[in-house]
Design a protein around this ligand. Structure first.
Ligand SMILES: Nc1nc2c(ncn2[C@@H]2O[C@H](COP(=O)(O)OP(=O)(O)O)[C@@H](O)[C@H]2O)c(=O)[nH]1
Ligand SMILES: [Mg+2]
Length: 465
């Protein structure tokens, strides 16, 4: 479709503190929109274009709330001569009061509407209707612009049906839209409804929906690539240090182990940052918590029992692979029974976590042919490690991708009972395909083999997200 015509403009209006800015933020996928618990933050209109690949798909206009709607309506009614003149009268009101210092907010919010914007009228479905809103809705009707009402339930109380009964009288389209909960599909559903607002804009909105869907597919593919790159780096990571002859080995082992862990953490962090960037959530704060399997430190073993595969699943996957994994199964069983012990013991403090970690990854001391001994750590052989890392990445991705841009509270990954990662719910065939990628990434050093394994992994991950 051509892009010469102007993109659709939606002017978001309503009382103060009803979630107008939140709706703008979510629909424009823009985390920079100012959202505040103190009413009256927005004094002036501001446009937020929904842009994709350099193209503006549509524009959201954030407005100050109505302040003196009843006075304004009284002014209009006093001067009304014919229903046909109402729109002109609203324009006259704006012109006559423009420099008076009165009705500043009404004038400000009416301008983009009189310039041709469609109206999205926002109410809070958790507080009861009161007649104070009627003047606002009446004024909006007088503008004769296309308009739709959105019920944004901010609090837990439910007055939605009461609101509907009122809104249906003023708006041909009324929908519930929770600005803080809406995910991508709910945004698309709202856009589909918005097609009904104006025949003129219908093709542009249809184009916007298609472009957003294509953008979403692109984001998923890119995220899968980010996750596969990360897995390849983390699974293949080896850290080495050559010591001087006669140097004390034990402290150097600890140092190397620490360095190894830090590199793995940083690698995971870099992937997370990339995912935030892909979904335009760069300012998103992520809650670091021992209770959240994804917020906790990568090596906090207490969260491992909730991620990755169960012992049985690991054994089945490895056995089906038919590879020489006997050794790592023993390793795994030792690791898991140890972890089980710490969980049952209840004292899952930092110290026991570190201990568990030390038992799962050993710093090896290699030959002394070239001077002092060579310390080496990695790649991690613990069988559940790749599954835990993948689960952390998938849960993180899901939380970020589904996050409405209006929310300003830190990202938390909700926890449930038992294993929470997506990998434990996979079909066994998918698990074997993944295991095959993991093995190749862990065992091989040849760049071409690694690249192929990485590509296979990216494809599988893309199917999963
Ligand atoms: N929980 C929740 N809070 C919301 C929602 N929409 C808005 N809020 C909160 O309500 C307050 C006002 O929101 P804002 O979007 O700035 O409203 P505006 O004054 O109409 O622009 C802010 O504290 C928001 O975080 C919602 O859908 N859910
Ligand atoms: Mg606002």
């Amino acid at each position: 479709m051509t892009t010469s015509s102007q993109p659709p403009v939606f002017v978001v209006v309503g009382h103060v503190n009803r979630g107008k800015s939140s709706i703008v933020s979510t629909l424009a996928a823009d985390e920079s929109v100012r959202i505040d618990a103190t009413p009256g933050t927005t004094r002036q209109c501001r446009s937020y274009p929904m842009r994709l690949n350099g193209q503006t798909l549509y524009v959201l206009v954030d407005t100050p709330g109505f302040e003196r709607a009843r006075h304004m309506l009284a002014w209009l009614r006093e001067r009304e001569t014919s229903t046909a003149d109402r729109r002109a009268l609203v324009r006259r009101f704006v012109d006559e009061h423009a420099r008076s210092g009165q009705f500043e907010q009404e004038i400000e919010l009416l301008r983009p509407i009189l310039d041709g914007g469609a109206i999205l009228y926002v109410v809070d479905g958790s507080i009861p209707f009161n007649p104070g809103h009627e003047a606002e809705m009446e004024i909006l009707r007088w503008t004769a612009q296309p308009r739709m009402a959105l019920i944004n339930p901010i609090g837990p109380a439910d007055h939605i049906s009461q609101w509907r009964a009122v809104l249906d009288q003023y708006f041909s389209l009324v929908r519930v839209f929770n600005a803080h909960r809406a995910d991508f599909e709910q945004r698309v559903r709202l856009l589909k409804t918005l097609r009904e607002l104006s025949d003129e804009w219908r093709p542009a909105i249809e184009h916007a929906i298609e472009a957003l869907r294509e953008g979403r597919r692109h984001d998923r593919r890119e995220s899968a690539g980010v996750i596969a790159d990360m897995m390849a780096d983390m699974l293949g990571l080896v850290e080495e240090k050559r010591l001087e002859v006669g140097e004390d080995v034990e402290p150097k082992k600890r140092e190397l182990s620490q360095k190894f862990r830090d590199r793995l953490r940083r690698r995971e962090q870099a992937a997370r940052q990339a995912i935030l960037q892909i979904y335009a959530h760069e300012r998103l704060e992520v809650m670091e918590s021992d209770l959240e399997p994804v917020g906790a430190d990568l090596f906090d073993m207490s969260t491992w029992s909730r991620l990755g595969l169960s012992r049985g699943q690991l054994a089945a996957t490895s056995a089906a692979m038919g590879a020489a994994v006997g050794g790592s199964i023993d390793f795994m069983v030792a690791g898991h029974s140890f972890m089980l012990g710490t969980v049952i013991g209840g004292a899952v403090g930092a110290a026991s976590s570190w201990l568990a970690w030390d038992r799962l990854t050993q710093v090896r001391v290699l030959g002394q042919t070239l001077g002092g001994p060579l310390l080496q750590i990695g790649p991690i052989r613990e069988p559940n490690f790749p599954w835990v890392v993948l689960d952390r990445a998938l849960l993180y991705h899901e939380a970020v991708a589904g996050r409405a841009h209006a929310r300003r509270d830190p990202l938390k990954i909700e926890t449930g009972e038992g294993r929470e990662g997506p990998t434990s719910k996979l079909e066994s065939s998918a698990r074997r395909r993944l295991q095959d990628c993991f093995e190749r990434l862990r065992k091989h050093k040849d760049p071409l083999t690694i690249e192929h394994a990485r590509e296979d992994l990216a494809r599988i991950v893309e199917e999963m997200i």
